[in-house]
Design a protein. Structure first.
Length: 727
């Protein structure tokens, strides 16, 4: 049977038993008295452990066992040995925290394990302390610092380093203790302090502050515990840290951790650094003269409102990268009858919101915006309070909308970005209704539609109809805007599904979505509210306007820019007309408008026609990847127009893209062919790829709606087309 020993701390414990009791007798007696009052006597504990150890070995009647166990104990080098258990077959080495304080008039006392170190009721300051982590099977150490009279916070020390001062008569006013290394994954370190005039403060842990700052109050005693992560921590019955002023608070900030304590309207957090607050602790002064405390609840990303924390407890999360989005704070007990608590927050995109008061939410909800900083104040009832209390909290409104669709009528309400209308059914929208619900902000939404044959309609609001019902008239464009207070905090964004073009880009805030003078129907719409931004994103294709020129219409985007190659703006179409102008040697691609009339100038190519190029209207009957031409020569991407007349690339000597005629290429834009329409390779390929058989070709002599493009010039010894996408 294996005998195992617990609570004996290496050679230190043996030395404690054998030490000269005549030295420091008075100090030992007084400190022992204090630890007895608190239920902890280290010397008795060690003596009892040894007595029990000897008794058990006497029962076994094996002096050799005692000697062997003692030797093993001394070899453990200050590691904890588990308790004797007759049925145990192996030892489990658990960590232990030891601590020692340097007390005014007494000096250093003995190391203490899970008990009180210092004095109570004797008005003696702690001037320094040392911690010793016996970490068992875990790697790591303990790190600690102190707030020292006249000095402020000391640099952290670890593992038996002296923290504080000796022989300088300076009090320690606050401490911070933390675990470092592997042990921190399995244990938390909790601690509390007994301070002048206040007595025991509450428990705190893992690097948070215990004590006071700015009150000139000495710490008189400390108590420290190691608690497994999955065990129940000590109850937080009071604030662990008190500060000069009425209310004090600190925040856990992204990439920074816990901030130093702020009080009475000071900023906690960051501004201008885009850092989220993840957790907060708030306490009130014990000097206010009334019973009561402070409670607070936070609205957490992906979680929502949490239960109220109080008096220095943590509200929020740490280690989960979750932002606090809103907070509520309130007083309780007598304190609530004599004071109000005011607070305001700095929010992503909005900056400082107005002051909130007494459990009113501050921040945002439903907008996914982080709180970045906070300020709090306690103000006596009847005293002057902050003036700006107009908008401390912004909650996303419900935006509802419905569309009246050809052959269907009014569709069910949609909200917050959902599609209203139809997609892929070729049905026109004829009218729309929009309104707001569940808003805590004043204001409204107004909207106007441009309708076939009627033009722009007057703005309406509150769910009234914009458009024409019962007359088979399409809506071609729409504008939507917010008015009143809500327009200060939100943008309204929208986009439309448009005949032939599909979904156009997003726009917002009273800009036009849809088409102007193109006779294209809107088929569906999406609308949403977004947090206010100085730079609302407006797509260049959220609105397309068509302006008449030389008998055709040319396309402009929402920024007013002309698109002479409108493919990127309008997208690929299903059918085209190819217009060849012999006078200018330009091919213009024409598409149809919403009514089916081919009058939209879509793009243009430079070409070379010939004197034998025939005028007239034709329909393409055939295509060829390579086609033998006169000479013989060869053309890439050839499309027959009529007879021996084709669209094709500049000719090559062979079916080889590296046998191009440089002279013919440099003549593009002039009348020089034998009758075919010569093109740059990239343009011939576009016709070959996108214009199906039966495409109409008009060969005319006139003016063009778009400007004449140019072709690059190549050297006389270059034998390939610089626009050939295959090279």
């Amino acid at each position: 049977m294996l005998i195992i020993i617990n609570t004996m701390i290496g050679s230190y414990a043996l030395e404690t038993v054998e030490k000269d009791n005549n030295s420091n007798k008075n100090i030992s007696n007084e400190l022992v008295d204090e630890r007895e009052d608190a239920g902890s006597n280290t010397n008795n504990e060690v003596n009892n452990t040894i007595d029990n150890f000897q008794s058990q070995n006497e029962n076994l009647n094996t002096d050799e066992n005692f000697e062997n166990q003692t030797n093993e104990y001394e070899k453990s080098n200050d590691k904890t040995i588990t308790s004797v258990t007759s049925n145990s077959e192996e030892s489990v080495v658990e960590p232990v925290i030891m601590y020692q304080t340097h007390v005014q008039d007494y000096g250093w006392n003995d190391f203490t394990r899970e008990g009180v170190s210092g004095t109570i009721g004797k008005s003696k300051r702690i001037e320094a302390y040392k911690l010793k982590l016996l970490n068992g099977d875990y790697g790591g150490n303990v790190v600690y610092s102190s707030y020292i009279e006249n000095y402020g916070w000391s640099e952290p020390v670890s593992d038996e380093g002296i923290c504080g001062t000796t022989s300088k008569s300076l009090r320690i006013e606050a401490i911070k203790v933390n675990l470092d290394g592997d042990i921190a994954n399995y244990y938390s370190i909790y601690y509390r302090v007994h301070i002048q005039d206040y007595g025991w403060l509450g428990w705190t842990s893992n690097g948070s502050i215990a004590g006071s700052e700015g009150l000139s109050k000495r710490i008189e005693a400390i108590e420290i515990k190691l608690i497994k992560k999955d065990s129940i921590p000590p109850e937080e019955s009071a604030p662990a840290f008190i500060f000069s002023g009425n209310v004090y608070y600190n925040t856990h900030v992204q990439d920074i951790g816990w901030t130093s304590t702020s009080n009475d309207g000071q900023l906690s957090g960051t501004v201008g650094k885009s850092k989220r607050i993840e957790a907060i602790k708030i306490s009130v002064s014990g000097n206010l003269g009334y019973q009561g405390g402070i409670e607070y609840s936070t609205h957490i990303q992906d979680i929502g409102w949490q239960a109220y924390a109080q008096n220095g407890q943590i509200s929020g999360t740490t280690g989960k990268s979750k932002r606090i989005e809103a907070i509520k704070v309130r007083l309780n007990g007598e304190l609530a009858s004599y004071y109000d608590v005011y607070y305001r927050v700095h929010v992503e995109n909005y900056g400082w919101l107005s002051w909130a008061k007494d459990d009113h939410p501050a921040g945002t909800e439903g907008l996914s915006l982080r709180i970045e900083a906070i300020e709090l104040k306690l103000i006596k009832k009847g005293d002057d309070s902050p003036n700006d209390i107009t908008m401390p909290y912004i909650k996303k409104c419900d935006l509802k909308y419905s569309s009246y669709i050809q052959n269907i009528g009014w569709m069910e309400n949609k909200s917050n970005g959902a599609v209203s209308g139809t997609v892929g059914k070729g049905l026109r929208m004829e009218a729309v209704r929009i309104y707001l619900e569940n808003c805590n902000i004043g204001g409204n939404v107004e909207y106007s539609t441009m309708c076939e044959s009627y033009g722009w309609q007057p703005y309406v609001s509150d769910g009234n109809i914009s458009g024409i019902t019962g007359k088979s008239k399409r809506v071609e464009a729409i504008k939507i805007r917010l008015t009143g207070e809500i327009s200060k905090y939100f943008d309204i964004c929208y986009r439309v599904q448009c005949q032939k073009f599909g979904w156009l880009g997003w726009t917002g805030n009273d800009r036009i979505a849809g088409t102007i003078d193109g006779s294209y129907r809107i088929e569906a719409i999406q609308i949403k509210l977004s947090p206010k931004s100085d730079n609302i994103k407006v797509s260049n294709n959220s609105m397309i306007s068509f302006v008449e020129k030389n008998g055709f219409k040319i396309a402009y985007d929402s920024n007013g820019r002309l698109h002479e190659d409108a493919q990127n703006l309008l997208g690929l179409q299903t059918a085209y007309v190819l217009r060849v102008n012999k006078k200018t040697n330009v091919v213009t691609v024409i598409i149809d408008n919403g009514d089916g009339n081919y009058n939209i100038a879509y793009k243009r190519f430079i070409c070379s026609t010939g004197n034998d190029t025939p005028y007239g209207t034709y329909y393409t009957p055939a295509k060829y990847r390579w086609k033998e031409l006169m000479g013989p020569s060869y053309g890439q991407y050839s499309t027959r127009i009529v007879g021996g007349i084709l669209f094709h690339s500049v000719p090559y000597k062979k079916r080889n893209p590296y046998t191009l005629s440089a002279n013919a290429f440099n003549q593009l834009g002039t009348t020089c062919s034998h009758g075919c329409i010569r093109l740059m390779c990239i343009d011939a390929k576009w016709i070959y790829d996108n214009c199906g058989l039966g495409t109409r070709v008009d060969i005319i002599n006139g003016v063009d709606p778009l400007s004449k493009p140019t072709a690059p010039k190549i050297s006389s010894n270059q034998t390939w087309d610089p626009t050939d996408p295959n090279l």
